[in-house]
Every structure is written in C-alpha cells, then in structure tokens.
Design a protein around this ligand. Structure first.
Ligand SMILES: NC(=O)c1ccc[n+]([C@@H]2O[C@H](COP(=O)([O-])OP(=O)(O)OC[C@H]3O[C@@H](n4cnc5c(N)ncnc54)[C@H](OP(=O)(O)O)[C@@H]3O)[C@@H](O)[C@H]2O)c1
Length: 301
C-alpha cells in the first residue's frame, strides 16, 4: 500500500543517473511524490547532467560523494562516518535516501567512494543486479539496506519491482521504499533475499520471454500473408487484451484457455502443436536457467 505522503520531506540522492534512475525520478515527480528540490543525482558526463537538470529541474553533481553529502546536513565531502554520527542528527540522516543505480561492474569502486559519506542509519536502496545486501552493508558499514529488482516496463510506469530490506529498515523507511517503486508501476516486498534472484528470472527477465513470443507470433502472421504492421497490431492488442482479461476475470489461465478451445477447433489444433514442440518445458527451463545465472552472477558482484 503506497502512502502519498511517505516521501514528504525525504531527500533522494541517485548515484549514476542512467535509464532506471531517470525512470524512478520521472515517476516520482509526475506522481507528485517528491518535488525537484528533494532530488539530486550524480553523473560522470556533463551533457547528461545538463539534460537531467533541464528536464526535471533537479541538481546533478559530477561527484558521487557530493550527491550524497548535499542531502546530509553535516556531510561536507571528506567528513568521516564517526564525525557524521556525532555531528548530524540521526533523524536528518534517516529522511535522506541513497539510491544505487549504477551498473554492477562499477559498484565496488562506488561503495568504497561512498563509505565515508553514507551515515550509519541512512536508508540505502540498491537496484544493482546481483549485488547482495551483505556486500553493500559491509562495504558501507550500514545495516539499513534495501535491494530491489525492477524490469524494463518501469520506463513507462508499468514495471514490476520486487524488493527486500534488512530488519534495520524501519516502518517509515519501508513506506518510503513502497513509494519509490510504486512510482515505477507495481511493487512487491519479499522477506527472503533469494526471492530477488527468483524475481530476476521471472519478472526482470520476463519481458524477454514476452518479446520473443511477440516476435514469433508477428513473424507467423507475416508468414501467412499479413503485412508487418497489421500483424504487429493484431498480436500486441491480443497480448494486451489477454493480460487484462486474465487480471480482471481472476480466472486460472487454463480455464480461460479452455473457454476458447472448442472440440476439433483451431485452438485445440494449436495447443496440440505447442505441447508437441515442448513450449511449456522450454519456458520452464528458460526461467530455471535464468535463476541459476542470477545466483551465479550474484556471487561475482
Ligand atoms: N534497465 C533495467 O530494466 C534494469 C532492471 C533491473 C535492474 N537494473 C539494474 O539497474 C542498474 C542501472 O541500470 P540502467 O539500465 O539504468 O543502466 P545505465 O543506463 O547504464 O545507468 C548507469 C549510469 O551510471 C553512469 N555511471 C558510470 N560510471 C559511473 C560512476 N563512476 N559514478 C556514477 N555514475 C556512473 C553511467 O554513465 P554512462 O552512460 O556514461 O556509462 C550510466 O548513465 C544496473 O545495475 C542494472 O543491473 C536495470
């Protein structure tokens, strides 16, 4: 449940303002969950900094430490954690959030860079694929960590984000996380971190399965003789309508499928071919392989 006031007064620092950071920033601003002055970011390239500043009215720094320090009152760059703990109130630190939105290969250097400026109880939210909570907590000497896995439809506010958080993340901070990812579409809290790897295989890799099936169906339409744009329209609207129908009717997919499968009809013929070709098994194996890959990559990051 998303509270519209969860981010009132909160300040967010996005470290690495690429595609996903921009999607979150755009979602938060368009839903009026934050004002531009509550958001800062960091980016190494000046054109990108200028682009984001112009588009969203937010401040974007070149220096990652400055982006975090800007929001933590006493956090002048170069101040140590111990100094922060005594100089800034915990409440101030508690309402400012660090968002880790960089690629996995950059993460360890950035964590080392931020260690001195992130405060001990400051909420740190990572969307970095594969990066374990323990790795981030150890590197930053901070136990208030959330790890999330969004997917690409988040870029149009139709994403599915699955997240988990350490026990140190309190209720108010959990409400902030609900709001941050609610800005990207649907969001779901899970208790166990292994479920983030599972979600990586199912919902984060999910658009890949969907797009491949979409492409195959469009090609089949073209094979029969439809022009490509007609085949595209027929397939996209059929997929969209089927998803909405399944969601609204709340019926099991097999029941919905049986509703259109008349004896000796076209659906029965098509289902026979899909089962013969092992489509169900192929999809199951694909998801399982993606899960194993996510787990293996997590050990590397
Ligand atoms: N895209 C998705 O759908 C998706 C889904 C789930 C999880 N994720 C995860 O989200 C994270 C971000 O993904 P993304 O797609 O937004 O990637 P992205 O567009 O490459 O964003 C990362 C940004 O960080 C910048 N950067 C590079 N070095 C930096 C540094 N030292 N300090 C600060 N910023 C730096 C990059 O700049 P340059 O442009 O100059 O390289 C880039 O703009 C990744 O870890 C990814 O695994 C993404």
């Amino acid at each position: 449940m998303i509270r519209s006031d969860a981010l009132n007064g909160a300040r967010l620092s996005f470290i690495g303002c690429g595609v996903m950071a921009e999607a979150i920033i755009a979602g938060l601003l368009s839903k009026n969950l934050v004002k531009p002055e509550q958001v800062v970011g960091s980016h190494p390239r000046s054109e990108r900094r200028e682009e984001l500043q112009e588009k969203y009215g937010i401040r974007v720094f070149e220096n990652n430490r400055e982006a975090v320090g800007h929001h933590t009152r006493a956090a002048s760059v170069g101040t140590t954690v111990a100094e922060h703990a005594t100089s800034a109130s915990d409440k101030e630190a508690g309402s400012s959030i660090v968002m880790l939105t960089v690629k996995p290969q950059r993460l360890s250097a950035i964590l080392a860079e931020l260690r001195e400026v992130v405060q001990p109880h400051q909420l740190v939210i990572s969307i970095v694929a594969g990066a374990r909570v323990e790795t981030i907590a150890d590197a930053l000497q901070n136990r208030s960590i959330a790890r999330a896995m969004p997917n690409t439809p988040a870029q149009i506010g139709e994403g599915m984000t699955v997240w988990t958080a350490t026990p140190e993340v309190d209720e108010a901070q959990q409400a902030q996380i609900h709001a941050v990812f609610g800005a990207l579409g649907s969001e779901m809290h899970v208790e166990e971190e292994r479920m983030i790897d599972m979600a990586t295989a199912l919902s984060a890799t999910g658009p890949t399965y969907t797009f491949l099936m979409m492409e195959a169906l469009i090609d089949a339409g073209v094979h029969m003789g439809f022009s490509r744009h007609v085949a595209e329209e027929l397939v996209l609207q059929t997929m969209l309508g089927s998803v909405l129908f399944a969601r609204e009717s709340r019926k099991h997919p097999a029941e919905l499928r049986n509703m259109v499968t008349s004896p000796g009809g076209t659906s029965a013929e098509a289902i026979y071919q899909m089962e013969k070709g092992g489509l169900r098994t192929v999809l199951s194996k694909a998801v399982w392989a993606a899960y194993q890959k996510a787990t293996a990559l997590g050990k590397k990051v």
